[in-house]
Ligand binder design. Structure first.
Ligand SMILES: NC(=O)c1ccc[n+]([C@@H]2O[C@H](COP(=O)([O-])OP(=O)(O)OC[C@H]3O[C@@H](n4cnc5c(N)ncnc54)[C@H](OP(=O)(O)O)[C@@H]3O)[C@@H](O)[C@H]2O)c1
Length: 330
């Protein structure tokens, strides 16, 4: 698989990466999540299942793996798998996230699945927890869903704690979320210390529905940040599983366009992100080996002639994030 160097980090990454959001906990918002886990939520069964997906990923050339403290046992499953496969540190790139605590107690139905706290105390506590799971395989540590509301980019204690870890060799990143991703990224790009960018990477929601950050991501790329894209399939909305009546016409068009390429909607959606030169890594959120293999077909698609046509799928950030927040945990 094509590889890239992730910004100025020197980390070698594959153009498609895989995330643990749907593999590390019984409940998640992706469409059809429960079915994919065959409704067997015993931790051992879920770890075994996640390892089959990770084995498929490794065999197909994936070398960037994304986790978070809030993905239940996602970090633990990933750490165990890396050690079980005796993968050497230089062969793999691993990112994780701090800032959300997992609070669903291994249930699907929970009042709160995750609780956000962007404080220095949370950072230091979760960093130790991530180290316990991933050890020195942990390359990039990202603020999870930094927003203006969380105030984390104005929090001097947090910023100096991040600088301290960066000076000890940890790459520092942030993930964005919500309809104001652009403003949060703009603020983050202006945070420097001793003239050096604080953030080495940015993880952003970008897909054919929500691509309001395009121009600023080109800027981030020029400034040397590594760019990781999440929600390339809009949490499954860009797949045949999407039964939303409001989307049915567009779904038909997307299926037809995929048919012209003799491919599938998921591969076309991911190919549209791979087509962006500023995108270093596009994360697959697949929760089954067959979905992952289908996603990887995106690498063989050339969507240049469809760029204009794909613009018809664009939603406003408020439309997109409103739809996303209505997705049910399952
Ligand atoms: N705030 C943050 O920092 C944040 C937020 C979201 C995600 N992320 C990261 O991004 C990663 C990607 O996750 P995502 O949720 O954003 O993924 P996504 O690509 O937007 O959505 C993945 C969904 O698409 C479905 N899918 C994939 N391939 C399919 C296929 N061939 N046919 C039908 N359905 C298919 C998956 O279903 P199945 O479950 O059936 O495979 C899953 O429901 C996460 O694991 C996480 O690491 C970070």
């Amino acid at each position: 698989m094509e590889t890239r160097i992730l910004g100025n980090t020197g980390l070698k990454v594959s153009r498609i990466g895989i995330g643990m959001a749907a593999l590390g906990r019984p409940g998640y918002i992706n469409l059809g999540h429960a079915e994919d886990l065959c409704r067997d939520h015993h931790p051992d069964a879920m770890e075994k299942h996640s390892h089959t997906v990770l084995d498929t990923a490794w065999e197909r050339g994936i070398r960037y793996f994304d986790a978070a403290r809030s993905y239940g046992k996602g970090e633990k499953f990933l750490g165990n798998w890396i050690r079980k496969r005796r993968i050497s540190r230089g062969e793999i790139a691993v990112g994780s996230k701090w800032g959300y605590a997992y609070t669903a107690e291994w249930k699907i139905e929970a009042e709160h699945h995750e609780i956000k706290e962007h404080s220095e105390g949370m950072f230091r506590k979760q960093y130790e927890e991530s180290l316990a799971n991933l050890g020195d395989y942990l390359n990039v540590y990202q603020i999870h869903s930094a927003t203006e509301e969380s105030g984390v980019l104005d929090n001097k204690e947090v910023l100096s704690a991040l600088i301290e870890k960066k000076q000890n060799g940890l790459y520092i990143g942030l993930s964005l979320s919500g309809e104001r991703q652009v403003y949060t990224l703009e603020k983050a790009l202006n945070i420097r210390f001793d003239g050096v960018q604080l953030f080495d990477t940015v993880q952003v929601t970008w897909n054919i529905l929500e691509n309001s950050t395009t121009e600023l991501l080109k800027e981030a790329k020029k400034l040397g940040l590594g760019v990781i894209v999440k929600e390339a399939m809009a949490n499954g909305r860009l797949s045949e599983k999407n039964q939303d009546a409001d989307f049915s016409d567009k779904k038909t068009i997307l299926a037809e366009m995929a048919g012209i390429l003799d491919s599938t909607m998921d591969a076309l959606a991911i190919a549209a992100v791979l087509h962006q030169d500023w995108a270093d890594v596009v994360l697959s959120g697949a929760a089954t080996p067959s979905h992952l293999i289908s996603n990887l077909n995106a690498l063989d698609l050339n969507i240049s002639d469809m760029e204009e046509e794909l613009k018809q799928f664009r939603e406003t950030p408020s439309q997109y994030w409103k739809k996303r927040s209505a997705l049910r945990w399952n």
